[in-house]
Design a protein around this ligand. Structure first.
Ligand SMILES: Nc1ncnc2c1ncn2[C@@H]1O[C@H](COP(=O)(O)OP(=O)(O)OP(=O)(O)O)[C@@H](O)[C@H]1O
Length: 375
């Protein structure tokens, strides 16, 4: 057995490397050092609140999204999680340009799409597509499946000239696991899971690089949710897609996400790899969400630490000063009302290299084992 210059044996050094690899999740190892395909910086969306019938006067604003930043790398899945009303869908709509931000940047391959228009914007839009939440309302009931999936070709005929469209749509039906012969059927002739497959096929029609999926499985039966998540997983490897996957529940995004961002009242509370967020969360809001995730193992369930949050989410028209979570946080102190915590590695973990070293917007960030890891 050899010893290196630090006096460690080879076996000890190998053990250390193995341990380090185990604590690093897939996201850190696979995407580290890669240029982001999407860079979101200080994104803001305020909806004006007006008063008056003839002369409208702005009396305030709903701060739906209030300074969000994150990166997305090619082939990566970023899960965005948070309670209803925290601004997730607004972020999604801005990413696909259905809505213009009040401020901030969304850079696609280095170019800010929020200032683009005309042909340049059309080209970028082709590459960032959306899959909507509710397959029962997002598909036009009077259009055949073939027309629904092929509709994007009307705007981008360069992807599929008229003569090729039927074949392209049939290929897409096949890719998402539906019978290509169903091309002339109507949405009501399909189940919820099948309709979401149609929505996914439509999202794929223009061969995008990024798919923003806004709660794509929330409206489906639990038994069907896993099938749709597995389909998205398979399509990601097949077409090297990058996903922004939005959900209100941490348990759904775990299986598909490389990294997870937790939103609260228009801001990002914590962001990190799946291991950092699920096993080493340092923000009290994430810990509270984790404590509500269903635990299948009965023994682990009895050891789980339930955190019941006091009160309701405050209105985004009048968010609390300082830390937005402070009105529901059991750790809140005076500093939390005065100082907005920045989304960065908290000072206590800055010198550490373990999984607690990740961005968390809390003045009193600390680890707390909410769900004991299963052996
Ligand atoms: N067009 C709009 N005009 C005014 N307020 C809006 C508009 N769209 C959204 N909001 C408000 O912005 C806030 C964030 O809404 P958003 O839909 O992004 O939240 P969400 O986290 O996606 O919630 P959900 O899961 O319920 O869709 C909410 O308070 C909502 O009422």
């Amino acid at each position: 057995m050899h010893a290196d210059h630090t006096g460690r044996t080879e076996a000890a050094a190998e053990g250390e490397v193995a341990r380090e690899l185990l604590t690093k999740s897939r996201a850190e190892t696979a995407f580290a050092g890669q240029e982001p395909i999407l860079e979101v910086r200080d994104l803001v969306k305020h909806y004006p609140l007006t008063q008056g019938i003839l002369i409208k006067k702005q009396v305030g604003a709903v701060k739906a999204v209030d300074g969000i930043s994150f990166d997305l790398r090619a082939g990566e899945t970023l899960g965005i999680v948070g309670e209803s009303g925290c601004g997730k869908s607004t972020v999604a709509r801005m990413l696909v340009n259905l809505e213009r931000p009040t401020a901030g940047q969304i850079k696609y391959k280095g170019e800010d799409i929020t200032t683009m228009s005309g042909r340049a914007l059309k080209a970028v839009r082709r590459n960032i597509q959306m899959v909507f939440q509710d397959p029962y309302t997002s598909l036009n009931p009077r259009m055949t499946v073939g027309d629904i999936i092929g509709e994007p070709y009307e705007i981008h005929p360069e992807v599929a000239p008229k003569g090729d469209r039927r074949k392209k749509v049939q290929d897409l039906l096949d890719v998402v696991g539906l019978n290509p012969e169903y091309i002339n059927r109507y949405p009501h002739q399909f189940s919820g899971g099948q309709r979401q497959r149609i929505g996914i096929a439509r999202g794929l029609a223009l061969q995008p690089e990024i798919i923003v999926a806004d709660e794509p499985v929330s409206a489906l039966d639990v038994s069907v949710q896993a099938q749709v998540v597995n389909l998205l997983d398979r399509l990601q490897s097949e077409f090297n897609l990058s996903y922004v996957f939005i959900a209100h529940d941490l348990s759904i995004v775990r299986h598909i996400s490389d990294r997870v961002g937790v939103m609260y009242l228009g801001r990002m509370a914590e962001i990190g790899t799946d291991i950092q967020i699920y096993d080493h969360a340092t923000h009290p809001y994430t810990q509270a969400l984790l404590s509500a995730v269903p635990v299948p193992d009965p023994e682990a369930r009895t050891k789980r630490d339930r955190i019941i949050l006091a009160g309701d989410v405050p209105s985004p028209a009048n968010p609390p000063s300082g830390c937005r979570f402070r009105t529901r946080c059991w750790k809140a102190q005076e500093r939390c009302a005065l100082e907005v915590p920045e989304l960065a590695v908290p000072a206590v973990f800055r010198l550490e290299s373990g999984p607690a070293h990740h961005d968390s917007a809390c003045h009193f960030a600390e680890e707390r084992v909410v769900v004991p890891p299963s052996d």
